[in-house]
Design a protein around this ligand. Structure first.
Ligand code: FAD
Ligand code: E0Q
Length: 447
């Protein structure tokens, strides 16, 4: 088995396949992060939820990763006037998400894959591939020295800018469509504090400063620092077109993120040093070329980050693919086709839900009708826990296929709209009748 890319998804896939007895080789563009340090040593973190945890559990990695993780109970909303409010993600501490260091997680997964028998070749950037009787992969190292490998098939886990995808698309069009989100991001840092708590703000939360068309978030790191991400549109005001210098960044923070500003002592330096990341959704009609090449993770379906599900979704890919190979290893073409059939509708669903979540999240002052629906939704969820489960919870705390969660969310939304139609206050709604409607229209969910 040949995997291109030793990122989060490639490394987990390598572990799962090696644990099932396959011989695995992984080619990675970067040097070995265990020797070279991870991507310049910046601490970037991600939110890990149930779907991702499940993949880590199957790989025997849950305990190792949990030692690196910081629990996040909910969103800590920082309002313009400086007051904060914790909005719990779940019902209690059994429904939480986890902030983990991307670099540490990646290193832990590479270690696990090697222990399971996978072989890594670092400093091997894929530069091209041709698809004949076998697949010829061409590589180049940092020094510009070329190399080649001939393999029966290749699995591309080389991220949103996948080189394998480009080579596949040149051989046979994949129906690629890149949908720019019109927003970018910049990473900044709240350093660890020196007091009794190493954390300058509440550690067990995902901090969010929603400001309408833009926002900041901050996720905790185990050492006490927070990684702050500023999301801004690319055009308009404010945007990365107007906030285009360290001084302009300070002015933006003084005006819109005043309580965060004193926590980010190196704002100007961070702003100058870190690039603006671009955000887009990647849609493909095809993820594979018969039994010769397959794309997984961001290489197949990069999505907006606003639900914190890109890695979680990619880990589901890894589990699904490893299971399919374990069940019928000799026909790669059949495995790839079945993988695409199962996963593509789910990838499209989480892409759509991630975009919807951005709109919902950054709007601190939502319209009254929306707030009424949300209030009723919370009440119906408490009164009918087996039938009415918020879509955020289905995505974050269950492994219900994303496409089903999307459809279920829409059905619940229809019930809420019908029940709140023409009403302005929760007191105007007959809750017994509402429960009856829930029971009539929403079948119980499997536990
Ligand atoms: P990557 O992590 O991009 O790994 C690709 C690997 O391939 C890298 O190691 C790269 O060096 C290597 N590579 C690339 N090109 C080549 C080549 N030519 N030859 C060889 N190797 C190559 N997801 C979550 O679940 N939760 C979050 O909270 C979250 N937050 C996010 C915040 C932001 C701002 C962004 C942008 C994304 C976020 N994501 C989050 C999404 C998550 O980062 C991705 O979904 C995830 O990293 C995908 O993993 P991957 O292995 O497919 O790709
Ligand atoms: C989560 C956890 C980058 C990022 C990661 C996330 C989330 C958000 C906002 C962002 C969604 C939410 N969310 O809080 O609703 O749940 O991962 Cl911007």
């Amino acid at each position: 088995m040949t995997i291109v890319g030793a990122g989060l998804v490639g490394a987990l896939l390598a572990t799962l396949l090696a644990q099932r007895g396959f011989a695995v080789t992984v080619y990675e563009r970067r040097p070995d992060p265990r020797i070279a340090g991870y991507a310049g040593g910046r601490s970037i973190n991600l939110a890990l939820a149930e779907r991702g945890l499940h993949g880590l559990r199957l790989a025997g990695m849950k305990d190792v990763v949990m030692k690196l993780a910081v629990m996040m109970r909910g969103r800590m909303v920082h309002h313009r006037d400086g007051h904060t409010e914790l909005l719990r993600y779940g019902r209690d501490d059994s429904e939480v998400i986890w902030s983990v260091s991307r670099g540490r997680l990646n290193i832990a997964l590479i270690d696990a894959a090697e222990r399971a028998g996978a072989r890594f070749e670092f400093d091997r950037r894929l530069t091209g591939a041709t698809f004949g009787d076998d697949v010829a992969l061409r590589f180049e190292n940092e020094a510009g020295v070329a190399g080649e490998a001939h393999v029966p098939f290749a699995i591309g886990a080389d991220g949103a800018g996948s080189a394998l995808r480009a080579a596949m698309n040149a051989y046979t069009p994949l129906g690629e469509r890149i949908e720019p989100l019109g927003h970018g991001y910049k990473e900044l840092e709240i350093p660890a504090a020196s007091g009794a708590s190493r954390f300058a703000i509440e550690p067990n939360a995902l901090h969010i400063w929603p400001r309408g068309n833009y926002m900041c978030i901050a996720l905790p790191n185990a050492e006490g620092s927070f990684t702050v991400t500023l999301f801004l549109p690319n055009e308009g005001d404010p945007s990365f077109a107007t906030v285009d210098s360290p001084a302009a960044a300070r002015r933006l923070f003084e005006r819109d993120f005043a309580d965060a500003l004193p926590l980010i002592p190196d704002l100007e330096a961070d702003f100058a040093a870190n690039p603006v990341g671009m955000l887009a959704t990647l849609h493909l009609d095809r993820w594979h070329i018969d039994g010769r090449a397959l794309l997984v993770g961001d290489a197949a379906h990069a999505i907006g980050p606003f639900h914190g599900q890109g890695m979680n979704c990619g880990f589901e890919d890894a589990v699904e693919l490893a299971d399919l190979f374990a069940a019928g290893a000799d026909d790669a073409g059949a495995v790839f086709a079945e993988f695409e059939r199962r996963r593509r509708p789910n990838a499209e669903a989480i892409a759509a839900m991630a975009l919807e979540n951005y709109v919902e999240m950054r709007d601190s002052v939502a319209e009254p009708a929306f707030l009424l629906r949300r209030e009723l939704g919370r009440m119906l969820a408490a009164r009918n826990p087996d039938r009415f489960v918020p879509r955020y919870s289905l995505v974050t705390f269950t492994r219900m296929p994303y496409a089903e969660a999307f459809a279920r969310g829409a059905a619940q939304e229809r019930v809420l709209r019908a029940l709140t139609e023409g009403r302005r206050r929760i007191g105007e709604i007959d809750l017994a009748a509402a429960d009856a409607r829930v029971r009539a229209e929403l079948a119980p969910l499997a536990s």
